[in-house]
Design a protein around this ligand. Structure first.
Ligand code: UN1
Length: 512
């Protein structure tokens, strides 16, 4: 199913203009000719913008550092008041923000609204957190001594985000960083500058209304050069970067070389195991969203389905049927479920992966073809693909950021878990089963090796309350909920002596 036409570039531009104005962005101030804001809906350029230079990046870091010097001593619950206001403003402007997410990332309406909701949710979480930045107290081994730890603000946090979650990932980092007493310099993907301007305008407004210092959040538009200053600046103690493993390989060592901290959320190659006891209706429903939703462009997208051989044919047949009914097209249309790929390069990579999979003996059982090429020749709509693979070859072990699901079969659960873990990435995973022993085996220490391990749920669509991130080449970082906030603060261990005497630890005697 393909929805007939695609919005015109003029319509998309008009929607973007209205949304930006509604969020308080004065677009004229950002106009220029060194960066083009585009839309994957038609593939056309919308506005010429001015890219920030490395010198702009240095100025932004300095301004954010100056703001930090005031912000770090502002009481945390007062910092929470800023984030509370930000959450209100994001909720008030949810339609406009969702429009911008659809314009720039090509997300369907419901997912774009969901992404904005994710920002509102993390603001709520961070407001609560602003009264819960707990340190521990421990019993001291010395009489008349108190041992405790306190958490202090860290400094300027460099936030580097990807096109596919252009606002939620910024909010995970920024809402938490702000209540922790940090300030932020944000380098959004060069594919999504408009959403970044809208979020920044709303945060600036929240800061002005709540009396927070100016320049708490700075945004750097453009290509990698400006972002690289964040990676190298000693004024930026934490760099939180979301993107490809290739990007992480550069950022991680460079930040480490200056003893900074890097919080990395890189590639995933997420798999789900389907056992013979699985509820197949539930499995197919969940797998279709996880694999084809967001046109396969989530870090958490389901890329491998490892199905028991007894149910493999049935599962594949049902998936193929469900894929055949997926409406593909303009993400602004209410009925569309699969929007465009972000750009031509993404389409080229998907086609190359399909070719390699075929050369490895894979059988394409659904999709793969380009759609709507006549209505939108510069846009890249594709039918989500399913390929049955005889083995987990190199192409399957790589992340292809597109709607391409590989199906592998297994005989016993140990083999399934081996296949599951035999990839370099370790973000998200799931098992579909009604057998508690199988579920527990998957969740156990020698089960799935990912940062996110689900039962009877697809790999994508995590809630903000948990810590988000993964192992191995995914980078090891954790963002969002639970105790991820600790990465945004520095810990001090304090020992206080109220005894009036010197007593040395470990029983050391140094008396003269
Ligand atoms: C990402 O793709 O970078 O779990 C983030 C999910 C979303 C976040 C994805 N809540 O799919």
């Amino acid at each position: 199913m393909v929805t007939a036409a695609v919005s015109s570039t003029d319509d998309v531009r008009a929607r973007a203009e209205a949304a930006l104005a509604g969020c308080g962005v004065e677009l004229a101030a950002f106009k220029g000719d060194t960066l083009t804001a585009r839309t994957p809906i038609t593939g056309a350029g919308l506005f010429g913008l001015r890219a920030d230079t490395p010198a702009d990046a240095d100025r932004a870091v300095e301004a954010a550092h100056t703001a930090f010097l005031t912000w770090r001593t502002t009481p945390a619950p007062v910092r929470g008041a800023l984030v509370k206001r930000l959450g209100e403003l994001l909720a008030e402007h949810r339609e406009q923000l969702a429009d911008l997410v659809t314009v720039e990332a090509g997300k369907i309406r419901s997912e774009a609204l969901g992404e904005v909701q994710e920002m509102v949710d993390i603001c709520d979480f961070a407001v609560g957190l602003s009264r819960q930045l707990y340190g521990r107290t421990m019993p001291s081994e010395r009489p008349g001594h108190r041992l405790m730890e306190t958490w202090h603000p860290l400094g300027v946090v460099g936030v580097i985000t990807a096109f596919n979650f252009p606002v939620a990932v910024w909010a995970w980092n920024t809402a938490v960083a702000l209540v922790c007493g940090d300030t932020v310099v944000w380098k959004p993907s060069e594919l999504t500058p408009l959403t970044a301007l809208a979020c920044t305008a709303l945060l600036d407004r929240a800061a002005a209304e709540t009396g927070a210092p100016a320049h708490l959040n700075q945004v750097l538009l453009g290509a990698a050069e400006a972002g690289e200053r964040l990676v190298d600046s000693p004024r930026v103690p934490l760099v939180s970067a979301t993107g490809s493993t290739r990007m992480g390989r550069t950022v991680g060592p460079r930040v480490a070389a200056r003893f900074g901290r890097a919080l990395l959320e890189l590639g995933g190659n997420n798999a789900a195991v389907v056992t013979p006891s699985a509820d197949l209706d539930l499995t197919v429903n969940a797998a279709v969203f996880a694999a084809a939703g967001t046109a396969g462009q989530r870090c958490t997208t389901l890329r491998r389905l490892i199905v028991h051989e007894d149910v493999a044919d049935t599962v594949v047949e049902r998936l193929v049927r469900a894929y055949g009914r997926l409406p593909i097209g303009d993400p602004f249309r209410d009925t569309t479920l699969v929007g465009p790929l972000v750009n031509q390069a993404s389409h080229t990579r998907m086609q190359a992966a399909l070719d390699r999979a075929a050369a490895d003996g894979g059988t394409l059982v659904a999709g793969g073809e380009r759609q709507l090429a006549e209505a939108a020749p510069d846009a890249y709509y594709v039918r989500p693909a399913i390929v049955r693979m005889p083995a987990q070859t190199d192409v399957v072990r790589e992340e292809t950021f597109a709607p391409l699901l590989y199906v592998l079969t297994y005989r016993d659960l140990d083999e399934a878990i081996r296949l599951h873990n035999d990839v370099p990435q370790g973000l998200s995973s799931g098992i579909f089963t009604n057998d508690q022993r199988e579920a527990e085996r998957f969740l156990a220490a020698d089960g799935a090796d990912c940062g996110i391990v689900n039962v009877n749920i697809g790999t994508s669509g995590a809630e903000i309350g948990g810590a988000f991130g993964g192992e191995k080449e995914t980078g090891g970082g954790r963002e969002s909920g639970s105790d991820a906030w600790r990465a945004y603060m520095r810990r001090a261990t304090n020992t206080v002596n109220y005894s009036g005497r010197v007593t040395l630890a470990q029983g050391v005697n140094f008396s003269r």
